[in-house]
Design a protein around this ligand. Structure first.
Ligand code: MN
Ligand code: MN
Length: 462
C-alpha cells in the first residue's frame, strides 16, 4: 500500500463542495439560490414565510389535511398553525406505525418588535418604541434602513396587513446613533452596553399637524396618516404584531457571487430547503414530514413554538386517519433538526476550534450536540443515529461536515432538537453554516444551501 492509498483509506479529509463532482453543477447551485433569494425577499416575517410556503406547497400539489377524510400513500397534505407555522407531509408507502422522517426548521428570526404602546413624540420627532426579539447585538441595528411588517387588528376586529419599506417607492425607517464627535462616553463603554434596548427607537416622522393649538403635533400627524391609510387609531397598536426588520433584499456577495447576504438566513435557509425537499419528495418509503415552527429564537415556547403540543396533535390526527399508533409512530421516527450553525470566520478564529468548526462551502453541517459549556441543554444525538445519517448522506453523494458551535467554554446555543428528542424521536442537528449569524444581514454559501436541499430530500425520500 502506498502512502497515498493509506491516507485515502484511513484519513478523514473534509471536502469543499467545489472540489467534488458538484464543480460541474455550479449553474444548478446558483439557480437554486435565485429561488431562495426570492423566497427570502417575500418572507420577512414568520407569517409571510408561512404564506410563501403555502403558495409553494399548493403548486407542488399539497392540499389541506383538514379536507381529507382518509390518507393514502403518496398523498401530499399540509396544515397551518395559527398562520405562524406549517406542517407538510407526504404519506409514505409504509404505515405511520413505522415512524416518519421529519425535517424541523423555524421561520422566526431575530428582529425588533414594536411595544404595545409604541408611538411618542420627543423634540418634534415621532418615534416608535421597540422590544427586541431573540438574540441580537444591539449596536448592529442603528443607522440601517428598516422596514415594518405585521398585522394590526382595529377596534372592530378588522385585520390590517402592514408591509412598508421593501418596495422601491416605500419610505424606510431608521434608528439613530450618536455622531463620533459626541460619543466619547458611549465609545468608552463595553460593546454590549454602547447601545441599550431602550435606545432602539424607530424614527417615523417630523412634520407637525397644521393646527398650532394641538399638542404633540408630529405624533398627531403620524396618527392621521396611519388613520387615513389604514384606519388605524393609537389604541390599535395594542392588538398588533408589528416587526421591524432590515429593509434590503437578499444580494449576492463576492466577485465570484458564491455567497448570499440576507436578513433571516437563520432559519429560513433550512425552512426553504426543507420545504423544497418535501415538495420534490415523491413516493417516500416512510411518511415524510417538514415542519416549520415559530418562536425558536425565544425558546420555542407557546402554541406556535416547537414545545407546543401542535405537532403531537397533528401527527395523532394523521395516525387516527390511518389506524396507526401515535406512540409507535413517534418512537420509530427520525428528525433532522434543520437549523443553521456558525461557520469559521477568518477574522474571528479564536472562538472556534478549527478541527471541529464548520466552514463555508463545506456542505451541510451535522451537529451531534449543541448546548453551552458541557453540552448543557443539548439532546446529543446517539452514535447510532450519526452512523445512520452519515451513511445516508454518503449513499446520495451529499457533501457534509460535522461541527460544534464554537470552543467548549466559549458560549453555545440551542435549536428545536431537544424538544423533538423529548418526544421520543431520534434527532440530530443538521443545517447550513453561516457567517455573522443573527446580524441584520447574515452570510450563507450557495453551495451549502443547495447541499441542504439535497440532504433533506435524500433523508425524506430514502
Ligand atoms: Mn436558528
Ligand atoms: Mn437563531
Amino acid at each position: 500500500m502506498t502512502t497515498k492509498e493509506l491516507q485515502d483509506k484511513v484519513c478523514y479529509q473534509r471536502d469543499n463542495v467545489y472540489d467534488t463532482n458538484f464543480r460541474d453543477k455550479q449553474k444548478e447551485i446558483f439557480d437554486f439560490s435565485e429561488d431562495y433569494k426570492a423566497f427570502l425577499d417575500s418572507s420577512k416575517t414568520e407569517r409571510l414565510s408561512v404564506i410563501s410556503a403555502v403558495e409553494i406547497a399548493k403548486k407542488a400539489g399539497f392540499s389541506l389535511l383538514e379536507e381529507k377524510t382518509e390518507l393514502k400513500p403518496g398523498d401530499k397534505v399540509y396544515t397551518l398553525n395559527r398562520g405562524k407555522g406549517i406542517l407538510l407531509a407526504v404519506m409514505g408507502q409504509q404505515t405511520l406505525n413505522e415512524g416518519i422522517n421529519l425535517v424541523a426548521a423555524h421561520v422566526d428570526a431575530p428582529r425588533l418588535d414594536l411595544k404595545p404602546n409604541p408611538l411618542y413624540e420627543d423634540m418634534s420627532l415621532a418615534l416608535l418604541k421597540t422590544h427586541y426579539y431573540g438574540g441580537i447585538k444591539k449596536y448592529q441595528w442603528p443607522t440601517i434602513p428598516l422596514a415594518l411588517y405585521g398585522v394590526v387588528y382595529l377596534a372592530d376586529g378588522t385585520k390590517v396587513d402592514i408591509a412598508i419599506g421593501d418596495k422601491s417607492e416605500d419610505p424606510v425607517f431608521y434608528i439613530t446613533d450618536l455622531l463620533p464627535h459626541l460619543a466619547t462616553e458611549q465609545m468608552s463603554k463595553k460593546m454590549g452596553q454602547g447601545i441599550v434596548g431602550e435606545s432602539l427607537n424607530l424614527l417615523v416622522g417630523s412634520i407637525p399637524y397644521e393646527d398650532k393649538e394641538a399638542k404633540e403635533r408630529v405624533k398627531l400627524n403620524i396618527l392621521k396618516i396611519l388613520n387615513d391609510s389604514y384606519g388605524i387609531c393609537e389604541k390599535d397598536f395594542i392588538s398588533a404584531e408589528l416587526e421591524v426588520v432590515p429593509a434590503y433584499g437578499a444580494r449576492d456577495v463576492g466577485f465570484d457571487r458564491s455567497l448570499i447576504s440576507a436578513y433571516g438566513h437563520d432559519d429560513r435557509v433550512c425552512s426553504y430547503t426543507g420545504l423544497r425537499a418535501i415538495c420534490d419528495c415523491n413516493n417516500p418509503k416512510k411518511t415524510a414530514v417538514c415542519m416549520l415552527v415559530d418562536k425558536e429564537e425565544i425558546g420555542s415556547m407557546g402554541n406556535t413554538g416547537m414545545q407546543s403540543r401542535f405537532f403531537e396533535h397533528i401527527l395523532g390526527e394523521m395516525c387516527d386517519k390511518t389506524g396507526a399508533s401515535l406512540r409507535l409512530c413517534m418512537t420509530r421516527s427520525t428528525c433532522l433538526s434543520a437549523d443553521v450553525g456558525a461557520a469559521n470566520d477568518p477574522t474571528y478564529p479564536s472562538v472556534q476550534e478549527k478541527n471541529n468548526a464548520a466552514v463555508l462551502n463545506g456542505g451541510i453541517m451535522l451537529a451531534k450536540y449543541t448546548g453551552a459549556r458541557g453540552k448543557s441543554g443539548s439532546s446529543d444525538a446517539s452514535a447510532e443515529l450519526v452512523s445512520k445519517i452519515r451513511r445516508l448522506f454518503d449513499k446520495y453523494g451529499i457533501v457534509w461536515q460535522i461541527a460544534e458551535l464554537g470552543k467548549v467554554d466559549e458560549g453555545g446555543g440551542g435549536t428545536v432538537a431537544q424538544f423533538v428528542a423529548n418526544l421520543d424521536i431520534d434527532t440530530i442537528d443538521c443545517g447550513v453554516p453561516l457567517l455573522s449569524m443573527h446580524a441584520p444581514f447574515e452570510i450563507a454559501a450557495k453551495a451549502d444551501v443547495y447541499m441542504a436541499y439535497l440532504a433533506y430530500k435524500a433523508f425524506l425520500e430514502d
